[in-house]
Design a protein around this ligand. Structure first.
Ligand code: ADP
Ligand code: MG
Ligand code: MG
Length: 239
């Protein structure tokens, strides 16, 4: 189980997260739902070790992993899909997915995960992971890399953003695949239709958890709040 216990995060004297408590049990799927600026990506970074909380702890199976780096956490099976994936010049999709051959997977597995994310192997394996890929294609490659790693925990920061109209079906396929291999999913989104696809949800805004429970229930509450933060008058960071 991955757990956030009383996590706070402040920067330049501003509180971004306040007393966040979340638990992610093995093999279950969760969403973190909230408007832009709610603090969702900050939570993802704290889970992955990109930043350290100002207060509180990150626990993995009761072990305090707060001091661990990104690499150390990755070795423990925690992965993050970045909201804005990076691009790499001169590296092909297949090289990227297999970590330049360091990941021991065969071509069939690469083919399978590319298929799941809607990228036919023959058309994409030798493409470069650079500007020639659209944002959506780049995101699909990143999702395929997470599937291939078979992580214990997959934190997906807005996997639906930058994708086209078929995003809903793609997310279904990805969640099905991750469930089959027993990965715990932590899906970050501001779309209620996407949050509904997971079992449990946390509604976050103004850096606080204001509702948690079965996704249907939390989504109903979110809809009543019109996707806005009942704690704040204006919630917008312009994207
Ligand atoms: P979300 O992912 O829910 O849109 P974020 O976690 O990215 O929200 O950001 C939460 C709030 O914290 C936003 O108001 C954002 O501007 C602010 N914030 C995040 N990182 C920093 C930073 N490094 N410096 C200052 N403010 C930040
Ligand atoms: Mg945002
Ligand atoms: Mg974000």
């Amino acid at each position: 189980m991955l757990l956030l216990r009383n996590v706070t995060y402040s920067i330049n004297g501003r509180k971004i997260l306040e007393e966040i408590n979340m638990r992610f049990k093995e093999g279950m799927s969760y969403s973190i739902l909230g408007p832009n600026g709610a603090g969702k990506s900050t939570i993802a970074y704290i889970l992955m070790g990109v930043i350290k909380p100002t207060g509180g702890k990150v626990l993995l199976d009761e072990r305090d992993i707060t001091p661990l780096s990104i690499t150390e956490r990755a070795k423990l099976g925690i992965t993050l899909l970045w909201q804005e994936p990076a691009r790499y010049d001169g590296i092909t999709v297949e090289e990227y997915l297999t970590l330049g051959g360091k990941l021991s997977v065969d071509k069939e597995e690469v083919r399978e995960v590319l298929e799941v994310v809607g990228l036919p192997y023959e058309l994409y394996h030798s493409r470069f992971v650079d500007k020639s890929l659209s944002g959506g294609e780049r995101k699909r490659v990143e999702l395929a890399s997470i599937l291939l790693l078979k992580p214990k925990y997959a934190i997906l920061d807005e996997p639906d953003s930058g994708l086209d109209i078929t995003a809903g079906e793609l997310i279904d396929d990805i969640l099905d695949h991750l469930r089959r291999i027993g990965t715990t999913v932590i899906l970050i989104t501001h779309h209620e239709d996407i949050a509904r696809k997971t079992e449990f949800s946390y509604f976050v805004c103004g850096g606080k958890v204001i509702r948690k429970g079965f996704s249907d229930e939390v989504v109903e509450y979110y809809k009543r709040a019109c996707g806005k933060c009942p704690l704040l008058e204006v919630v917008s960071d312009g994207h």
